[in-house]
Design a protein around this ligand. Structure first.
Ligand SMILES: C[S@@+](CC[C@H](N)C(=O)[O-])C[C@H]1O[C@@H](n2cnc3c(N)ncnc32)[C@H](O)[C@@H]1O
Length: 279
């Protein structure tokens, strides 16, 4: 019988840490072991495992995807909010989007494909959908799809619901809050017009097979997820995302993340409010 909150040695945490890093990229340095330990302790209890070694065996059995899902859901950091990193979004909507659309119009290509590749509770893809509604001239002419993916199944359910507290919408300009959200008893529900542009799906950024099937994205937003990964996983993800983009397409990372350090495949382009990477 597992004694609740019994200390787990580093020696027992390391194989679990390495297994998770290999499978999903998220890497815990030793100084973050307290966080990992808490989650392992909870899963040991929930699965009635005897100890960390037994739990690791349970987790790493290839026919146990359910425990993997539970564990990953417990490990992920889902911090996000609408209109996160405004200068970058302004750059996207005011400078980069018109540039790409102009090129597409020349080719009479009216398909616009955007991927929010670690979308958490949906704040990011819905923000992008709002920006498109605000900034696209001849909106009706465009065939728009925003794919929003995350590894965490629980957070995807919340994203699909599309209901947010005041903290999530604190940076939404008041006029847009009024236009694109219905107030529902102290909370805000995204309107159907915005919701219909976004489809949610579970994708692990390190799942080679599934990543290979993703194609033809004009824009990819992969923000504030690579910071949790080790270098090897970052490289793999950036290369897969590169393959998933159309030539001339742009990728957007988080504030403290830089493709340049990871891969030389993208071209760095300077815009007035942000730096961006182009294929
Ligand atoms: C901090 S949130 C970032 C949300 C949003 N992109 C933003 O910038 O506000 C990081 C998200 O990455 C997801 N994530 C972590 N590892 C992943 C993986 N291997 N594949 C896909 N998503 C992953 C987490 O579940 C979490 O929802």
């Amino acid at each position: 019988m597992w004694e609740a909150e019994a200390k787990i040695s580093d020696e027992d945490l390391i194989p679990i840490r390495d297994f998770i890093a290999y499978k999903v990229g998220v890497f815990f340095e030793e100084k973050k072991f307290y966080f990992l330990e808490k989650r392992v302790q909870r899963r040991i209890q929930a699965t009635n495992s005897k100890n960390a070694k037994e739990y690791y065996r349970l987790l790493s059995l290839s026919d146990n995807p359910d425990e993997m899902t539970e564990f990953i859901n417990a490990l992920t950091t889902n911090e996000t909010y609408f209109f996160r990193n405004q200068p970058q979004l302004e750059s996207f909507a005011e400078e980069i989007l018109p540039l790409v659309l102009e090129e597409k119009e020349k080719k009479k290509d009216y398909r616009l494909r955007i991927w929010s590749a670690a979308c958490s509770s949906g704040d990011e893809p819905y923000t992008l959908a709002i920006l498109l509604q605000e900034h696209l001239k001849n909106y009706a002419k465009w065939d728009i799809q925003i794919l929003a993916t995350d590894i965490d199944t629980e957070i995807l359910d919340r994203a699909d619901l599309g209901v947010y507290d005041t903290r999530a919408v604190k940076d939404v300009p008041p006029a847009m809050l009024k236009k694109y959200f219905h107030p529902v008893s102290n909370r805000y529900q995204i309107v159907a017009e915005v919701k219909k542009l976004v489809s949610f799906r579970q994708i692990n950024l390190l799942d080679r097979m599934v990543m290979r099937q993703q194609r033809d994205f004009d824009f990819i937003f992969c923000r504030n997820v690579l910071i949790y990964f080790n270098d090897d996983a970052r490289k793999k993800v950036v290369n897969s995302l590169y393959d998933a983009m159309t030539p001339g397409g742009f990728i957007f990372l988080g504030h403290s993340e830089s493709v340049g350090k990871i891969s030389a495949v993208f071209k760095l382009v300077k815009f007035s409010k942000s730096l961006s990477y182009q294929k």
